[in-house]
Design a protein around this ligand. Structure first.
Ligand code: PLP
Length: 407
């Protein structure tokens, strides 16, 4: 009897109250993925730690549905803690289902592996996150997948690159490091005309600021490590799919044996609850810093689609509900040594990978080194800033004291 109770108590049915079918997204953020009536009144879905799930009898054990990834079968397939997080992210973005993965990169590789086999052709934006390219080059290509990089600005022109064996188009709006906006609806229209799915790394847009499924994305990938977790303390990824592509993606995650710790999932959902207030504030801070930078003599260009004069601004405004606080800055010509001196002089910007936490960060990437289909030579070195929740006046003061180091 004890075993029977254990199973029935964890069949938590999530979802917002039916009486409020058209809640705004900030309300949804507080409602999704929880059901206190089924968790002894706790506000948050608790951490369910388990490997084994015990069943009341042989019949129910043998009737486990191998394609049902939202009920208790075995720890690797998730628990209510996982599903709470997955439901919140999927519904916020307007997708159907989601699967949590151990990192953003794992989310990318699972999504790509789900669609690309030996003999297939894959189109990847030339502005993709560098480790995405690495996976394509070191894993997919040697296994017989023909990977082709395309100009991120291609839009409807992608139609000309589609082949009979093209199995997926991979996008990333805006591009990692270089921040070119992509015309996702135009790319999706061309791909869908040939029944090809559109995969998109939407880490920058987040489920909160980019309703990717309404723009034609079929499989949306997030490094939850960034804004979803939001506090620089958990590695996690999540893939959200529409109904059609759920099982191929979920099967790939299962076949590779991926699962995430319930403690990490709990933290990720805890972070996600406040993504709205964090991102609105960080966007506001980022715009203030970006506009100030635009006026500095050491700055050639700020790469940020939220700025009115950015080449991607019109697409961003049409398709996004807000902007991440991550942007690039093209400096006036300066030696790498001077750039390093400038970055080292910053006090409030940590030097390090990742972004999306509450704290500001800086890196000095070299985007020209991770391109093949297009060129990147804007005429000066590029730095990347992540703007956190600090007072933007302090960030500006810090930049102001460091910029003269560029000479
Ligand atoms: C960081 C990042 C990833 C990878 O996420 P991890 O959790 O660090 O593996 C994927 N895509 C983009 C655009 C990223 O910035």
């Amino acid at each position: 009897m004890l075993a029977h109770n254990a199973v029935s108590e964890v069949h938590i049915v999530f979802g917002p109250p039916n009486s409020l079918p058209r809640m705004k997204k900030d309300t949804l953020l507080t409602q999704l993925g929880r059901n206190p009536a089924q968790t002894h009144g706790t506000v948050n879905t608790p951490v369910y730690r388990t490997s084994t799930v015990v069943f009341p009898d042989m019949e129910s054990y043998e009737n486990r549905d191998p394609d049902d990834y939202k009920s208790m079968r075995y720890g690797i397939h998730g628990t209510p803690t996982t599903w709470a997080f997955e439901e919140a992210v999927a519904k916020m973005e307007g997708g159907c289902q989601a699967v949590a993965l151990p990192s953003g990169l794992a989310a990318i590789t699972v999504a790509l592996a789900a669609f690309c086999k030996n003999g297939d052709h894959l189109l990847v934006t030339d502005s993709a996150y560098a480790p995405t390219r690495m996976f394509c080059e070191r894993q997919l290509r040697p296994n017989g997948v023909e990977v082709e990089y395309y100009d991120p600005l291609i839009g409807a022109g992608i139609a000309k690159l589609l082949r009979p064996n093209t199995k997926a188009v991979f996008c990333e709006p805006p591009g990692s490091l270089t921040f070119e906006m992509q015309d996702i609806p135009a790319i999706a229209a061309a791909a869908h005309a040939r029944s090809i799915p559109v995969l998109s790394d939407n880490t920058w847009g987040t489920p909160y600021f980019f309703r990717s499924f309404e723009r034609g994305v079929d499989v949306s990938i997030h490094a939850a490590t960034k804004y979803i977790v939001g506090h620089s303390d958990v590695m996690m990824g999540v893939v959200v799919t529409n109904e059609k592509y759920w099982l191929p993606v979920r099967h790939a995650a299962a076949d590779y044996g991926f699962c995430v710790s319930p403690d990490d999932c709990y933290l990720a959902l805890r972070g996600f609850r406040t993504i709205g207030v964090r991102m609105r504030q960080q966007m506001s801070n980022a715009l203030e810093v970006a506009r100030w930078l635009q006026r500095q003599p050491q700055v050639q260009r700020v790469l940020y689609p939220a700025l009115e004069d950015d080449p991607g601004h019109a697409l961003w405004k049409r398709d996004f509900e807000g902007a991440a606080s991550l942007f690039g800055v093209v400096l006036r010509p300066a030696t790498r040594e001077k750039v390093k001196t400038f970055v080292n002089a910053l006090q409030l910007f940590g030097i390090g990978s990742s972004w999306g936490g509450y704290e500001s960060l800086v890196t000095a990437p070299q985007p020209e080194k991770v391109r093949s289909a297009t060129q990147w030579n804007p005429g000066g070195p590029t730095i990347r800033l992540h703007i956190g929740l600090e007072d933007p006046a302090d960030l500006i003061a810090d930049l102001a004291q460091a910029l003269p180091r560029l000479g």
